[in-house]
Design a protein. Structure first.
Length: 481
């Protein structure tokens, strides 16, 4: 970046976090070359349907699709206060022969709205694949740790055991909902098409001398040439801004999923049970050199909050569109649409990197289990005493109650380790089960069907969702910062 560029604000999304493919997708070059392609497509189909347009005019337009004089376009917009007409005049400047037929019959939203739909479609394609890759990485992690017992937490208080892999499956399950929703929106996305100033196609009906069939064919062919299978039958000047609500709601929901996953990672990093990748020269704190902060997960949580807030922009914009259209959508959508996709891309880019290198510390996990499992095993100990030692259930319950309260006092009041197991082995009353105590306290007997659930979930659900992306999932991610 040159010195002059550093004197103006640069979005962290494009400068630090988002991928090259997504930043290009929302670039001016992509936008304005797409405008020119749409003008060319309109002219090509108008010629096919009988308008007086020559092949020489079309070839001139083709030859200059990427020949954009941005300085001239800026000057034109400053003069005309209209971005589309500024680019019409800029295109005409290099296509003098085609100038009379560029933008023929069209309104500004022919290029602006259709381009937005193309860019959103391409953005969803990027998000879909990256989301599938995150699911793949986390599924590999889940399979690797399918049977490693760990404390479960409800209310962030120790609860029954689960496994590290089963917990990861909860994360994956949320992401599969997001993948399903993203796919649904992608499959349902339609083109605005060729509709005219208020959506009635009146200008095109005039061009084709009242021939309704040719107007419908124009709409159909332009739609198909632009890569869409269908277009909206009815629109105002714009496509309904409810479409933006649909798209941003799906991205915002993805943001919520990533925020939850990364919050869990941050909590578990605090417990030292696992860590996100930490590079050789990485610094966790400028003041405390020993720290290994979960900065990637923290970044994801911060960006996810921004993404979730952007959904309200789309909702408010859709709500205040007057009649066939009002222009107060324009400035907001220039910001909110791009930032929603750039944010989603940044989240998936970072989550992918995290999932590739999560570090698990089984001995720390076991230590935490050892602090809580003796309490959780109380019922098993009581049942073993009744079954194998002929003990009275109520009396045994009282004995366990006394020992557990004494052990809890050692932990809470004196900061010592949980010594309940030693208290049981030192109490003659429990001698009938002393030789079975370690078996009764085996963590693997407390995880229920967690490993089997992991296996079934990965084979029956995850594999099915990832099947369309086979051969595209082995990509590795390196973060810029």
């Amino acid at each position: 970046m040159d010195t002059e560029a550093r004197n103006v604000y640069q979005s962290p999304l494009t400068g630090r976090y988002a991928s090259k493919e997504m930043t290009y997708n929302f670039s001016e070059q992509k936008k304005f070359t797409t405008w020119r392609k749409l003008w060319l497509t309109l002219a090509e189909v108008q010629k096919e349907l009988g308008l007086n347009i020559t092949e020489e005019q079309l070839q001139e337009m083709r030859d200059n699709l990427n020949n954009i004089d941005y300085r001239l376009a800026t000057d034109e917009e400053r003069k005309r206060r209209h971005d589309v007409m500024a680019h019409v005049h800029t295109y005409c400047a290099v296509c003098p022969n085609a100038s009379p037929i560029i933008h023929l019959g069209a309104t500004s939203c022919y290029v602006t709205d259709n381009t937005d739909l193309i860019v959103m479609r391409d953005g969803i394609d990027i998000v879909q694949l990256k989301l599938a890759r995150c699911v793949k990485r986390l599924s590999e992690f889940a399979e690797r740790y399918r049977a490693l017992p760990t404390l479960g937490f409800t209310h962030f208080q120790p609860a029954q055991l689960t496994t590290v892999g089963k917990r990861a499956c909860l994360w994956i399950a949320d992401l599969l909902i997001d993948l399903q929703n993203v796919t649904r929106v992608r499959d349902g996305l339609r083109f605005r098409g060729v509709k005219g100033a208020t959506g009635t196609q009146a200008s095109f009906l005039a061009l084709f001398d009242g021939d309704h069939c040719k107007v419908e064919e124009l709409d159909k062919r332009v739609t198909e040439k632009s890569g869409f299978s269908s277009c909206f039958i009815v629109t105002g000047q714009t496509y309904s801004r409810k479409i933006d609500v649909e798209v941003l709601s799906v991205l915002g929901s993805l943001g919520a999923s990533v925020h939850k996953i990364c919050t869990d990672l941050r909590l578990l990093a605090n417990q030292k049970e696992l860590e996100e990748p930490f590079e050789l020269d990485q610094i966790g704190s400028s003041a405390m050199p020993y720290k290994r902060n979960p900065m990637r997960s923290e970044r994801c949580c911060g960006i996810a909050r921004h993404l979730m807030c952007l959904v309200a922009d789309a909702q408010n914009t859709a709500a205040v569109q007057w009649l066939e259209r009002s222009l107060d959508d324009s400035a907001n959508r220039r910001i909110s649409l791009a930032e929603a996709f750039l944010s989603a891309d940044s989240l998936l880019h970072t989550l992918h990197n995290i999932a590739e290198g999560i570090v698990v510390y089984p001995k720390v996990i076991q230590h935490h289990i050892d602090q809580e499992l003796p309490f959780m095993a109380s019922e098993n100990i009581i049942m073993a005493m009744v079954k194998d030692g002929g003990a009275d259930r109520q009396e045994c319950h009282q004995q366990i109650k006394v020992l557990s309260q004494e052990a809890a006092a050692q932990v809470k009041q004196h900061g010592k380790a949980n010594d309940m197991v030693k208290r049981i082995t030192d109490t003659p009353y429990f001698s009938p089960i002393h030789d079975k105590l370690m078996q009764l306290l085996d963590p693997a007997t407390f995880i229920g069907r967690a490993p089997q659930q992991v296996d079934k979930f990965l084979s029956e659900e995850v594999e099915r969702y990832l099947e369309p992306y086979k051969g595209q999932l082995d990509h590795k991610v390196t973060l810029v910062v």
